[in-house]
Structure formats: structure tokens, C-alpha cells
Design a protein around this ligand. Structure first.
Ligand SMILES: CC(C)(COP(=O)(O)OP(=O)(O)OC[C@H]1O[C@@H](n2cnc3c(N)ncnc32)[C@H](O)[C@@H]1OP(=O)(O)O)[C@@H](O)C(=O)NCCC(=O)NCCS
Length: 151
């Protein structure tokens, strides 16, 4: 933990979040870190030994509600289980922060690129509501209380 904090300080002024390390399919470790406020971070980065591998953007509408989130894994890191691990680590961390509801949406352009996206979110506890729109393909909602049990 101490080595990890030292490493994160060396690459940029981020602070690590209290979450377990994520190990990808190649055995490489990554951590969640934020260059923004620890209390209500709007950007959480997935940081490895070679820099950021992806990020999550969060819009807080209330202390216990994320109104919009977006997840991205950099192209060269995709298909190694990092998106799944990041989604799991994020929801578990938000649950510990007593967030109850997380909302987001899937752009049609992202769905065209990744036809498995809606199924992926559904498998990770999100309610997927398809939308008849050129821009948006579906709305996503995850009730963390239901997903992880009452806290
Ligand atoms: C969606 C995204 C975050 C997934 O990240 P990732 O690190 O590649 O995800 P994973 O390696 O954990 O794979 C997720 C699932 O998709 C599957 N998958 C990954 N790449 C795939 C591909 N090219 N074709 C089919 N399935 C694929 C994986 O097998 C995995 O399925 P599983 O849960 O059954 O194992 C990443 O592709 C991305 O950043 N895309 C661009 C931005 C985007 O669309 N974000 C989502 C906006 S709502």
C-alpha cells in the first residue's frame, strides 16, 4: 500500500482510493486513483505501472446518487478484463461510500462498436432500458443496495 501511494505520487498528483488492486489477465496490477476531490471525485483513473489505462467520469447529483457515469479503457488495454474489473471495483467502492443509485447511458456509436455492451452491463447488475434515439441506445440504472444487499 505504501509503495503504491509512493508510485502514484511520482507519476502525477493523484490520490489512491481505498480499493483493492485490480489484476488484469496478464497479471499486471492497477489501482483506482483520483486527481480530483476524494470526497466527491468526478474523475477516477485506473492507473498501472505505465500510466493510466482507463477512467470513469462521475456526475454526483446527491450524496448517495450518481446521475451519470461513463467508463473508458484505452484502446491498447482493452479485452484484458480491465473494463469488467473497473466496473466491479467502482460499484463496490461506491457502495462502501453509501451511494444507492448509479445512472448512465450507452451511446449508439459505442453500441455499434461494442455490440455486447448492453448485455455486459446487464450481467453486472444494471437495468438496461433501450431508447429509440439516434444518439442514445439505452439508459442504465444500478441500485447498489439491491445489488450488494442493504448496508
Ligand atoms: C466497453 C469497455 C469499457 C470494455 O473494456 P474492456 O477492458 O475491453 O472490457 P473487458 O476486457 O472486461 O471485456 C468486457 C466483456 O466484453 C467482452 N469483449 C471485450 N472485447 C470484445 C469484443 N471485441 N467483442 C466481443 N466481446 C468483447 C469480453 O469478453 C467481456 O465479456 P465477459 O464479461 O463475458 O468476459 C471498452 O471497450 C471501452 O472503453 N470502449 C469504448 C468506450 C465505451 O464504449 N464505453 C462504454 C460507454 S457506456
Amino acid at each position: 500500500m505504501v509503495a503504491m501511494r509512493w508510485f502514484l505520487r511520482c507519476i502525477k498528483p493523484t490520490s489512491s482510493l481505498d480499493a483493492d488492486a485490480i489484476i488484469d489477465r496478464h497479471g499486471e496490477p492497477f489501482w483506482l486513483a483520483t486527481p480530483t476531490s476524494d470526497r466527491y471525485p468526478t474523475l477516477i483513473e485506473l492507473v498501472g505501472h505505465h500510466g493510466a489505462a482507463g477512467f470513469v467520469e462521475l456526475s454526483w447529483s446527491q450524496e448517495d446518487m450518481i446521475e451519470n457515469f461513463g467508463i473508458m479503457i484505452h484502446q491498447s488495454y482493452r479485452g484484458r478484463g480491465l473494463g469488467t474489473a473497473l466496473l466491479r471495483a467502482l460499484t463496490a467502492w461506491l457502495r462502501r461510500r453509501r451511494v444507492v443509485v448509479v445512472r448512465g447511458f450507452v451511446r449508439r456509436s459505442d453500441l455499434n462498436e461494442h455490440p455486447h455492451l448492453l448485455d455486459w452491463y446487464a450481467r453486472h447488475g444494471f437495468t438496461v432500458t433501450p431508447v429509440d434515439s439516434v444518439v442514445t441506445a439505452a439508459f442504465l440504472t444500478c441500485n447498489l443496495r439491491r445489488r450488494f444487499g442493504i448496508f
